[in-house]
Design a protein around this ligand. Structure first.
Ligand SMILES: *Cc1c(COP(=O)(O)O)cnc(C)c1O
Length: 429
């Protein structure tokens, strides 16, 4: 019923349908625990024989309502909220990879995710190969191994703004019997629904556009329910063989299309505990109610700002998929016909110092370690978010040392352009 509605309606209404006399607005279930009448009822919950709430580390009604809104928006079957986008990326992979396994990731991804994959997960015995997403199919296929368990990429990469060819990567992943996981943070389901192009699992940093007001760190994992785990049972023993910590229950057999999210909840949340607080989920839900309106404005403003930057001779280059001159324009037209996001990457002519001076001269647009919220902001990844990366890794991640990441907000675009204009005038003589 819900999924037949249009995204704008889902943003406002999905997830919470109050019954007679219940609150119209999704309440914050600020409770760690839930009450039952007898011990038998509780025991059935622990055995996953009944569904119900018992402890907020695993599930909470506020979180579940918001997760099901995001699942509806993405066109998935189930979703779970996490405490951050980082936790979502980690759980999404760790749910199907263990020590000795391998996966493939696009090299043009968020710096935090790059570190997680290249350094931290490596320490856990899970190896990631980063591939340039613009390589040919043949070159990418060379990186698949017998122990490869998934492929990962970002719809629109942070900060480079590259557009990921979801359909092509889904075909490559499926040819090798593994799912494609797409981080859809920047596009949001308003501008792209990766499942429609063959992706199997979607992750989000809800901290960005979904919350949209820079109030709550959070993440989400959504499952399309389309990947047939049992057809590749040898690759995914965690889903397709009995879980000893649940009395020998087999997720893919007992839960069908819900297997992946059920395992992530019952096992990873139980043991690792990166749950989103119900209060943050409430704030996230408020953000989601206007996501469709805000994304439209972010994109209109960013398009105008990108065109302005491209026309200014002090600007060396602009990467925004909405510009016809852009390398990713064609892919953008395919995957993001209504616009991509509000984030623009660009570089100035002149030195690295000129770039820093330009940012310091901005008045309306603030320097913050954030992106994708209502207020315009700016960041220099090479000196901030991607500081840990070597020059070589920076290049691999599609981050030029002179790259300025401008997150165009939903203010009046005339004021945003005026601020950029005055900062350019002041910084570059
Ligand atoms: C910010 C971000 C993340 C990490 O999310 P947090 O909520 O900061 O943990 C992951 N992916 C992308 C694309 C991001 O922009």
């Amino acid at each position: 019923m819900e999924t037949k509605q249009h995204p704008g309606t889902l943003c406002v209404q999905a997830g919470w349908t109050p019954k007679k006399g219940e609150p119209r607005v999704l309440p914050i279930y600020q409770s760690t625990t839930f009450k039952y009448d007898n011990s038998e009822q509780m025991a059935r919950l622990f055995d996953l024989e009944d569904s119900g709430y018992f402890y907020t580390r695993l599930q909470n009604p506020t979180n579940d309502a918001v997760a099901s809104k995001i699942a509806a928006l993405e066109g998935g079957v189930a979703a779970m909220l996490t405490s951050s986008g980082q936790a979502a990326s980690f759980y999404a992979i760790f749910n199907i990879c263990e020590a000795g396994d391998h996966f493939i990731s696009s090299s043009t991804i968020y710096g935090g995710t790059f570190n997680l994959f290249a350094v931290t997960m490596k320490k856990m015995g899970i190896e990631c190969t980063f591939v340039d997403p613009d390589l040919s199919d043949e070159e990418i296929e060379k990186h698949f191994r017998p122990n490869t368990k998934c492929v990962f990429g970002e719809t629109i990469s942070n900060p480079g703004g590259n557009v990921f060819d979801i359909e092509r990567f889904a075909q490559l992943a499926h040819k090798h019997g593994v799912p494609l996981i797409v981080d859809n943070t920047f596009a949001t389901p308003i501008n792209c629904r990766p499942f429609e192009w063959g992706a199997d699992i979607v992750t989000h940093s809800t901290t960005k556009y979904m919350d949209g007001h820079a109030t709550a760190v959070g993440g989400c994992i959504v499952d399309s329910g389309n990947f047939d785990w049992m057809a590749h049972a040898d690759k995914f023993p965690g889903l397709c063989t009995p879980d000893e910590s649940y009395h020998g229950l087999t997720y893919a057999k007992s839960f069908g299309k819900m297997a992946y999210i059920t395992k992530a909840t019952a096992q990873l949340m139980r043991d690792l505990g990166s749950i989103q607080s119900p209060e943050n989920a409430f704030l996230l839900n408020m953000g989601l109610e206007t996501l469709h309106l805000r994304m439209k404005r972010h994109c209109e403003n960013a398009q105008a700002v990108a065109e302005f930057l491209e026309s200014d001779e002090r600007v060396a280059w602009v990467n925004y998929a909405g510009l016809p001159s852009n390398k990713y324009y064609e892919l953008g037209q395919k995957y993001l016909p209504n616009g991509g996001c509000g984030v623009i990457a660009f570089g100035l002519k002149g030195t690295r110092e000129d770039a820093i001076k330009f940012m310091d001269e901005l008045k309306l647009i603030c320097i913050v370690t954030h992106v994708a919220d209502a207020r315009s902001c700016v960041l220099h990844p090479a000196s901030h978010t991607h500081r840990q990366l070597s020059d070589e890794q920076l290049r691999e991640a599609g981050v030029a040392p002179d790259l300025i990441r401008l997150s165009v907000g939903i203010e009046d675009v005339r004021d945003i352009v005026a601020d950029i204009q005055q900062a350019l005038d002041a910084a570059i003589k």
